[in-house]
Structure formats: structure tokens, C-alpha cells
Design a protein around this ligand. Structure first.
Ligand code: NAD
Ligand code: ZN
Ligand code: ZN
Length: 390
């Protein structure tokens, strides 16, 4: 079959690879009909999250069930499903607590209680490095889906692939940001990063009754898209965090936002000094956006960290966290926990997801897709790929 394979930093190609096969009675083989590139894929693409051997990428995908393992009773050949991005068994200690990203069974080689980039990981993800389980991903014609009686959800025929595809990751992830933020109604929610995840967080904040939603980005075209797709206020991060924080405080009687959601990750736009500091401190990227969130949140407020952070960071402002009484939550989003409720919102027309798509490409143009998404060229916000289009 054909698939998107990473060979090293900034090197993704459209290759012929072996067809996936059923390996376990709980597996299915899915014929992928739509797949997308995620900001998380960009961390592998940049080399920031290392993957030494070639691997089929992609954790945002959906399709038609092609083959069914003998223990999968809830699906049949021909069903059309979306697949949550964490690979989780559904029966372990953490799965039972709706924490699929911490599944104890899906990542036996690298699982452990310590956590950290090159040490012990949580559960597995599709197409997301050997450390995260080494499973092939769904930027491909076909993909093997383990524990298929737990993850995949059948979607209604009257909704197009594009209308439901983002239930795999970015919508549940954005929703998780406001859920961790305990948004109940009336709050001011400030979101850092107007990429796909940040925009989905903004849509989710409205669904949970936020009073005010403001989104921050270094790129004006991303803010324009956020305004159009999520009707939020916008702040352009031009010079530094200070000006942004001042604007957020000015909007909130000087206090700061009730909830700040970090949707940028460890590779924000950085100057030379920040890059040099990272090298000296053995840090990957910079935690500057988390720090901005800690300044922009009010006392007693909540910071949700959706963006990926792989290493330790020096000078972390623990004193500020303590003095302000900030609550901080982060991690891989528990997509399984929210997907059914969120699918219902889509069915009811309470939320529209596909208005962030800017590029539709055949999978054969995957290298171009990664290139423009990484460089933020051609007003790219979200790339969706069709493995079968020529
Ligand atoms: N926690 C999870 O389960 C989960 C799931 C999906 C994605 N993610 C992570 O979320 C992050 C965002 O993903 P995405 O798909 O939206 O990626 P993206 O790269 O498209 O979006 C990031 C946005 O941040 C902006 N940005 C850069 N520097 C900034 C700054 N200083 N201040 C404000 N904005 C800045 C960029 O211009 C861009 O618009 C990534 O780190 C990704 O890995 C996490
Ligand atoms: Zn993702
Ligand atoms: Zn589990």
C-alpha cells in the first residue's frame, strides 16, 4: 500500500510499504478515507521529538472497516468509523479512570511511572515514534487499529468525512483544555495558539458557556481564521509576552483570565537568545508560552497545557505558581472520554469543525502538506489528505 513515511527531520515521503495485517483478535484493519496532519506531527517532522527508524505517520484518521478480528463484536466490515488518537486497551487501571493516554497495556516497551521524553512514556499513540509504542499511523491507505472494540466510533452516513474527522484528536483535545479549565459558564478564557488545537479550544469554550474567549498568536492570518471560525477576540503577539499579558489584564479588571489554555507547544516562534539558552540548558524548545499563560491567568485560575513539552526546563516559575495559587493541568488529551458527547454536538449542529480546513490534498502530496503546514505558508491552517484521490 501507499503511506506517508518519516525518514528523518523534514523528510516525509509517499512510499510503498507492506499492507497491515490483523495481529490480535481485538484488531481491525481500516481502509482510510480521510486523514490530517497535526501540530504534534510537526514535532517529529522538525526532529524535536526523535524517531530513528522510518515509520508511517498519522494519528488523525477515519475510514471504512475492512477486516475484523474475532473478538471485535461491535464492528463489522463496511462500518464507517472515526478513531481516537490514543491507543488504549479499555480495561486497565488508567483506562478505567478515563485516562487512555496512560494505558498500561498498549506501550509495553517504553511504559513507566517516571515520564519524560527519553525515559518512560505513557500509553501508545498511532504513528507517533517508537517511544509511543511504534505503531504505524493512518496517513496511509490502510491502518491496523488495535483494541478496536474500545476506540473506533461509528459515524452517521449523513455526515461527511470532513464534518467528523476532527473528532479523532483536535476537537476532543481543545475540549479537554476547557474541561481541565473547569469552565462552567461566564469565564474569560484566554487561548495561546490559534492553530487547529487553539481554534477547537475556542469552539469548546463557547460550548461550555464561556463569557469571553480571546485567542493569541504570532501570525495574523491564524487570528483571522480563529475570528471567522470561532468568533473570538484576538491578540497579536508581536514583541513579547509582556504586551500580550497587559492586554489580557486590561480586559479583566487587571486580574487576568480565569483560564489560560496553552495550545502552542515547545517549538514557539523564538529569537536567537532563546534558542541559545535552550542549547545551554539542554532544553528542547522553550516553555515561554506556558510562562505567558502563568502571567496572564488570574490568581487561583487554571492553566491547561495542551501543547507538547518533552524535557525539563530551568527557571520554571514555581514561586509564581505558588503565590498566585495557579492550578496547572496538562498531557495527552483523553479523547475516548469526550468523543461520544462531542459527536452528539456535531450531529445536532451545535458545532462545526470543518471550517478550519484550508488545504485538501491527495496523500501523494504529503511532503508538500508537511512543508506548508510547518512553514505556515499559503495561509495554511489544517491539511486534510485523501489516500485514494489521484
Ligand atoms: N495534548 C494533546 O493531546 C494534543 C493533541 C493535539 C495537539 N497537541 C499539541 O498542541 C500544539 C498545537 O497543535 P496545532 O495542531 O494547533 O499546531 P500549530 O503548529 O498549527 O499551531 C501552533 C500555533 O501557535 C502559534 N504560535 C507560535 N508561537 C507563539 C507564541 N509565542 N504565542 C502564541 N502563539 C504562538 C503558531 O503561529 C501556530 O498558529 C502542538 O504542540 C501539538 O503537538 C496536543
Ligand atoms: Zn494530534
Ligand atoms: Zn488500558
Amino acid at each position: 500500500m501507499k503511506a506517508a513515511v518519516i525518514h528523518g527531520p523534514r523528510n516525509v515521503s509517499y512510499d510503498t510499504v507492506d499492507d497491515p495485517k490483523l495481529k490480535d483478535k481485538r484488531d481491525i484493519i481500516l481502509k482510510v478515507t480521510a486523514t490530517a496532519i497535526c501540530g504534534s506531527d510537526l514535532h517529529i517532522y522538525s526532529g524535536g521529538i526523535p524517531q530513528p527508524r522510518p515509520m508511517v505517520l498519522g494519528h488523525e484518521f477515519m475510514g471504512i472497516v475492512e477486516e475484523v478480528g474475532s473478538e471485535v463484536k461491535n464492528l463489522k466490515r463496511g462500518d464507517r468509523v472515526v478513531v481516537p488518537f490514543p491507543i488504549a486497551c479499555g480495561t486497565c487501571f488508567f483506562c478505567n479512570q478515563h485516562l487512555p493516554g496512560h494505558c498500561e497495556n498498549s506501550n509495553p516497551e517504553h511504559y513507566g511511572p517516571e515520564g519524560g521524553l527519553l525515559t518512560e512514556k505513557g500509553g501508545a499513540l498511532f504513528g507517533y515514534t517508537d517511544l509511543y509504542g511504534g505503531y504505524d499511523g493512518g496517513q496511509a491507505e490502510y491502518v491496523r487499529v488495535p483494541y478496536a472494540d474500545y476506540g473506533p466510533r461509528v459515524v452517521p452516513d449523513n455526515l461527511s468525512d470532513e464534518q467528523v474527522l476532527f473528532l479523532t484528536d483536535i476537537f476532543p483535545t481543545g475540549y479537554t483544555g476547557v474541561d481541565w479549565g473547569e469552565v462552567k459558564g461566564g469565564e474569560t478564557v484566554a487561548i495561546f495558539g490559534a492553530g487547529p488545537v487553539g481554534i477547537m479550544a475556542a469552539k469548546s469554550a463557547w460550548l461550555r458557556g464561556a463569557g469571553r474567549v480571546v485567542i493569541v498568536d504570532t501570525l495574523q492570518y491564524r487570528l483571522d481564521k480563529a475570528k471567522q471560525a470561532a468568533k473570538c477576540e484576538t491578540i497579536l503577539w508581536e514583541d513579547g509576552a509582556k504586551e500580550v499579558v497587559e492586554q489580557i489584564r486590561a480586559m479583566t479588571q487587571g486580574r487576568g483570565a480565569d483560564v489560560c489554555i496553552e495550545a502552542v507547544g515547545f517549538e514557539p516562534a523564538r529569537n536567537m537568545l532563546e534558542k541559545a539558552k535552550a542549547v545551554i540548558n539542554f532544553e528542547a524548545g522553550s516553555p515561554k508560552v506556558v510562562e505567558a499563560c502563568m502571567s496572564a491567568v488570574r490568581r487561583g485560575g487554571i492553566v491547561s497545557i495542551l501543547g507538547v513539552y518533552p524535557t525539563t526546563y530551568d527557571n520554571f516559575p514555581l514561586g509564581q505558581l505558588f503565590d498566585k495559587g495557579i492550578i496547572m493541568k496538562g498531557g495527552q488529551a483523553p479523547a475516548h472520554k469526550h468523543i461520544d458527547k462531542l459527536l452528539q454536538y456535531v450531529k445536532e449542529g451545535k458545532v462545526v469543525l470543518d471550517d478550519i480546513i484550508t488545504h485538501r490534498l491527495p496523500l501523494s502530496q504529503i511532503a508538500h502538506g508537511y512543508d506548508i503546514f510547518k512553514k505556515k505558508e499559503d495561509n495554511c491552517v489544517k491539511v486534510v489528505l485523501d489516500p485514494w484521490a489521484k
